[in-house]
Design a protein around this ligand. Structure first.
Ligand SMILES: O=C(O)CCC(=O)C(=O)O
Length: 297
């Protein structure tokens, strides 16, 4: 179905758009069921290393943050919404539901048939194609599970992690598996920040001035809704101040004509991610739509 002109314009103005009801309640139930299978060991061959599980005894006590503006904190070069410091006790309480013990799950689309079908679904890929062009590969997918009382996720641009792509224009679709609210840590964006350029970690706190942070927009969503964001868009998510998890499945798409420029170290790291279908990153990522380009991803 794709996007209308107003939605496309909004994406390129703000660096993200919201798509309500991207999937149906039945599709949502199926995804949740398959998520539970992956977490609880019901999916054959899914490696445990792809699940980051919480152990309250091992939850780190970090050095206290310092205020950064009126609504955010800073620890080193990390800038994030205030609030997590009020939930240290709850964060280290015993966990009863094993689904609440997951912090992040990697590459479910490589191991589960339903997740695999969705990364190729026209509901998602038509939108990515409208924004990024007809030739599309999947770089990676991951579920940010934000368990009860989880910490905030710092401000970042995805492109800062993806220097091995010569282009800084990739698109992430984050599909919500649970309602996301201000209280449980919905994602927040700085509209228009994809036009700021690439900002490395050392410079990020100086980019995130009080005036810039005042433009922050929190995006509460209902389960089954999605956002699509530009890889240069500055975004973060707040702390989860509730006893309920907030899962967002992020699918990261890259244009198939993007040149791969990774260092040998990055290449080795990428091979460990389990996101390639080829032996090497060059022409190694799964083609979702369109065609391959020599020397590219
Ligand atoms: O869900 C979150 O907390 C962060 C999501 C995110 O950073 C992403 O999808 O790129």
């Amino acid at each position: 179905m794709g996007l209308n002109d107003a939605q496309k314009k909004l994406f390129f103005k703000d660096g993200y758009i919201v798509v309500k009801n991207l999937i149906s309640p039945d599709e949502l139930d199926t995804l949740r069921e398959h998520y539970a299978n992956l977490v609880l060991g019901g999916t054959p061959n899914f490696p445990e290393r792809h699940i980051s599980r919480l152990n309250p005894e091992h939850i780190q006590t970090l050095e206290p943050p310092t205020p950064h503006g009126s609504q955010h904190n800073r620890r080193g070069t990390q800038v994030f919404p205030m609030g997590e410091e009020n939930y240290e006790t709850q964060r280290s309480a015993p966990i009863t539901d094993p689904l609440d013990a997951v912090n992040k799950m990697n590459v479910p689309s490589r191991y589960d048939t339903v997740f695999r079908k969705f990364v190729r679904s026209p509901k998602i890929v038509d939108i990515v194609a409208d924004l990024m062009g007809a030739n599309i590969k999947l770089y990676y997918d991951q579920v940010f599970a934000k368990p009860p009382y989880a910490r905030a996720n710092r401000y970042h641009q995805d492109s800062v992690f993806w220097g091995f792509f010569a282009s800084n224009f990739q698109i992430t679709c984050q599909l919500l598996l649970d309602d996301a609210t201000l209280e449980n840590g919905c994602v927040r964006f700085i509209p228009g920040s994809h036009k700021f350029g690439l900002v490395n970690w050392d410079h990020l706190p100086y980019m995130l001035t009080e005036a810039v942070l005042a433009q922050e927009v929190a995006v509460p969503l209902t389960a089954g809704d999605a956002t699509f964001h530009h890889s240069l868009a500055l975004h973060c998510s707040g702390p989860n101040t509730t006893p309920y998890r907030r899962r967002g499945w992020s699918m990261h798409y890259v244009s198939a004509d993007t040149r791969y420029i990774g260092t040998p170290e990055e290449t080795e790291r990428i091979k460990q991610l389990d996101c390639l279908v080829g032996q090497e990153p060059v022409n190694g990522w799964p083609l979702i739509r369109g065609k391959e380009f020599p020397g590219c991803v």
